[in-house]
Structure formats: structure tokens, C-alpha cells
Design a protein around this ligand. Sequence first.
Ligand code: AP5
Ligand code: MG
Length: 190
Amino acid sequence: MNIIIFGPPGAGKGTQSKFIEKKYNLLQLSTGELLRNEIKNKTQLGLEISSIINSGDLVSDEIVSKLIEKYISDQQNKQRLIFDGYPRNIDQAKNLDKLLKKYNQRIDIVLKLSVSLETIKKRITERKSQEQRTDDSDEIAIKRFKTYELSSEPVLDYYKQSNLLKVINGENTISEINVEISGLIDAIKG
Ligand code: AP5
Ligand code: MG
């Protein structure tokens, strides 16, 4: 099963991905985490992208596409990926379709976590003290939210057409959302 988990910054994509990963023996593919690792390891790519991440903009489609193809092309991951934070614009959604076709795979479900900006700000402020993410200041978090509204939200229409989209109230507790997501996944697993 390949899953897309979608939503604004702080919606709980990472939190829920980690739960699904364990429960269904899948692999979380968080483009944000992969990019932060490049920065942490001071790679050439990390040096190129750190200012973009810290401005709340999106890294180029080409860079993320290369990162995800590495995972999609690996036979061990076939039909068992959780796309956390990808695709983030229409071109990425089209590119993902192309890659999935190339490696004879498909998306089974798109989970969208809905949360208000107020909740996002609260969660990101709390997380800042735990994870020290450099893009978690109030100012950059708002910029990330704006980038989401502008570039990423249109992706939802793309998946609405294919009937894969399930919208979840991300304001609920972590465990309530766990239960809801499990129900949705179990229903399509049959
Ligand atoms: P990315 O790392 O994907 O960041 P994001 O989308 O802004 O989302 P977050 O990771 O901040 O939030 P989350 O939804 O995972 O929430 P979490 O579970 O942590 O991307 C970072 C940057 O990388 C982008 O800005 C961009 O520059 C670049 N990038 C990444 N992907 C890209 C792409 N495809 N193309 C181009 N550029 C890309 O939860 C947040 C907090 O809330 C946690 O502390 C958690 O414990 C808590 N929490 C979670 N759920 C609940 C709940 N239900 N109730 C209460 N608290 C909760
Ligand atoms: Mg995340």
C-alpha cells in the first residue's frame, strides 16, 4: 500500500506517518526530514538548500524528485511507502504519477489532515522547544503556511478527481486520529 499524507505545517503528518509505518510495516518518506538530514550532514546539497528551507519556500522540484526516485525505485519499498510532505505542488503530483507508473506502482489513499492556523502556531511553538528546527520560528511557520495555501492546497483537487482523498479532522487528539486512519486503511485493504 502506498499512502500520501497531506496537510499544512504542524498538521501531524510526521506523527501519524510514524504510527502507520509501524502498524502496517510501511516506510515513511518525509522529504522534509531527508532535506534536513542533508543540512545536518553538511553535504553540498545541504548547503544549497538551507537558506530556502529557512525562508519557508519550497526546494526545487528537481531536487526532491531525485530524492524520492531513489526510494520508489528500490524493489524493497515496492508498494509500501508513506509520502509525507510530497507532492507539494501540481507539478510534483504529476511527477509522482510518472514515477509510480515507471516502477509499476500506484497510490492507494491520500489522507488530508485539516487544522487551523491557530492550532498550527501553537503546535509549532511547542515543537520548537523539543526539536530545535530552524524553520520553526513564528515568522517562518506563517510563511510555510502561506506557501502551503498557495502551492500545495491545489494538489487536493488533483486527488479529488481520482477519488483517493480522505479528509480527517487534524484538531482531534493524536490517538483519535490514529483510530480514524486505521479504519480508513483497513477498509481499503479489505
Ligand atoms: P516538512 O518537514 O514537510 O514540514 P511541514 O510540511 O511544514 O510540516 P511539519 O513537519 O512542520 O509538520 P507535520 O505535519 O509533520 O506535523 P508533526 O507531526 O511534526 O518540510 C519542511 C521544509 O522542507 C518545507 O518548508 C520545504 O522548504 C522543504 N520541503 C519538504 N518537502 C518538500 C517538497 N516536497 N518540495 C519542496 N520542498 C519541500 O506535528 C507537529 C507538532 O504537533 C509535534 O510536536 C506533534 O507532537 C504535535 N501534534 C501532532 N498531532 C497532534 C494532535 N493531533 N494534537 C496535538 N498535538 C499534535
Ligand atoms: Mg513533518
